[in-house]
Design a binder for this molecule. Structure first.
Ligand SMILES: [Zn+2]
Length: 403
């Protein structure tokens, strides 16, 4: 039995009025006896109707404290009698609203660009619910094209169906009236690149070659060639940066790209593509270093191979200057001001130091085994390191996480 939560959502999007009207059907199988469940939903959306078995009360219960959903409200559902473990229950949410959100947000619903996901939680999301699969039917003005994580298929003039069978953390849906697509294949690896009017043609060409190159590089290095195709979407927004979902890389606009920035563009896409492998550790705690430091380390290894050791060494030397005074990785608050520098820069440099300590070959074995065994917490990672490189190396690395 599939234990991942499964969503079936029908959503009507009106980009001109920035409104969303949706019915979300969720199948959940609680792991333990459950008397209450909390769902996050954007504050601009109101639940008008909720159907669930054994539901005794449901109400909004203040702002969410989850670090990446500043605009979310908690909805608390109580069940009597409690939901029983390993039993499938169907919850149906009817909700709607004008989804304005913060103008600098990653996710938005505007006439020019629609990008829906967890950062502006547009579907009722349970932070403790684990991974999810979904099918989403999007009804939208026929002049819009839709893309997202999973497979997007146009069903009729104004209905798109997005389908994800691979478990994910999020439901990502993007759409634009002028969405264009280029497909690019080199041998067995391919990408589909999506972008809107005004993107920089030279940068798009660079991106499509870099994406293929880096996909091949990681597949060889990690000895995992299951990821032969990705969709790369260039969002027409300057703020918010990029992120990765299984099979999908979302990047911010390249419109102002200068040719001399090509190395940094390479590192940017290499970091996001690395998340196709490095994902799944808890993102709302310091354990996120297992996602971010590994993605950054991987991208810098790719950077060194593509652009040469000298380019990598000078980049790392510059980054090392940022380390003094940074707090330890272990225990860093994900919302702390220095969390980014600690989880990305410091963590990646510690992994270079670890590689220096144990050698390239053992480092590669460590990475491959971490992926193969799906190690998602630091204690298990340290045990794996001990198994591959010995107790001294593991002890040494543990002290680095603490200083
Ligand atoms: Zn990242």
């Amino acid at each position: 039995m599939n234990k991942d939560n499964h969503y079936s959502i029908s959503a009507i999007l009106d980009p001109q009025n920035r409104t969303l009207q949706a019915v979300a059907k969720l199948i959940i199988s609680p792991k333990v006896r459950t008397e209450a469940l909390t769902f996050l939903l954007h504050r601009d959306l109101t639940i008008s109707q909720l159907q669930a078995p054994m539901l005794s009360t449901w109400q909004s219960a203040g702002k969410s404290t989850f670090p990446f959903t500043a605009e979310a409200i908690n909805w608390e559902l109580k069940f009597a009698p409690a939901l029983m473990p390993d039993t499938a229950y169907e919850l149906i949410f009817h909700y709607s609203g004008q989804l304005l959100g913060m103008p600098w947000g990653v996710n938005r619903l505007t006439p020019e660009w629609i990008e829906l996901g967890l950062y502006l939680p547009w579907f009722p999301w349970n932070p403790d619910g684990g991974l999810l699969t979904y099918e989403v039917n999007v009804q939208i003005d026929p002049k819009y094209s839709v893309v997202g994580a999973g497979t997007a298929i146009q069903q009729s003039e104004n209905i798109w169906r997005l389908h994800a069978t691979q478990p994910m953390l999020d439901i990502t849906v993007a759409a634009a009236p002028d969405l264009q697509q280029i497909d690019h294949t080199v041998e067995q690896t391919s990408i589909s690149l999506y972008f809107t009017t005004g993107e920089n043609e030279a940068a798009l060409n660079t991106i499509k070659d870099d994406a293929i190159w880096v996909l091949d590089y990681y597949q060889n290095w990690f000895q995992d060639d299951a990821k032969r195709h990705i969709d790369v979407v260039i969002a027409p927004r300057e703020q918010g940066g990029g992120y990765a979902r299984p099979g999908l890389i979302m990047l911010s606009t390249l419109a102002d790209h200068q040719p001399k920035q090509a190395p940094m563009l390479f590192k940017y896409i290499a970091h996001e593509v690395a998340h196709l492998w490095w994902a799944g550790a808890k993102v709302d705690s310091w354990q996120d270093w297992l996602n971010e430091s590994f993605a950054e380390f991987s991208s810098l290894k790719a950077f060194g191979t593509k652009l040469g050791t000298a380019a990598l060494e000078s980049y790392l030397a510059e980054r090392r200057q940022q380390l003094p005074g940074l707090p330890p990785i272990r225990g860093i608050d994900r919302q702390a001001e220095k969390a980014h520098a600690v989880l990305y820069t410091k963590g990646a440099i510690l992994l270079f130091d670890l590689e220096e300590l144990i050698g390239e070959q053992k480092m590669s074995t460590l990475l491959r085994e971490r992926l193969r065994r799906q190690v998602m917490d630091t204690d298990t990672f340290l045990l794996l390191l001990e198994e591959i490189a010995g107790p001294e190396a593991a002890k040494q690395f543990a002290t680095w996480l603490d200083c």
